[in-house]
Design a protein around this ligand. Structure first.
Ligand code: FES
Length: 75
């Protein structure tokens, strides 16, 4: 990671919708996969769903031990 300060992004997640969380940090949005990992030869995304509509804090620093959710590791 660079010296850029990363903070979580608060999103409203929808029940049963499939999300692909960026694990490599090269995505333009740095939240969801845009395929950039292929160009950088990095591992692919983490696909996840939620069981009910909910607001969540999504990690952008990639240091969380509870992906894709922020666990405070960015501090
Ligand atoms: S943004 Fe908080 S743990 Fe990554």
């Amino acid at each position: 990671m660079s010296d850029k300060k990363f903070t979580p992004v608060k999103l409203a997640l929808e029940k049963d919708k499939r999300y692909a969380w960026c694990t490599c940090g090269h995505s333009e949005t740095n939240v969801f996969c845009d395929g950039s990992h292929k160009k950088h030869e990095k591992p692919g995304s983490l696909v996840f769903q939620v069981e009910e509509d909910k607001d969540a804090r999504i990690c952008t620093c990639k240091l969380t031990s509870n992906p894709p959710y922020c666990d405070g590791s960015h501090k």
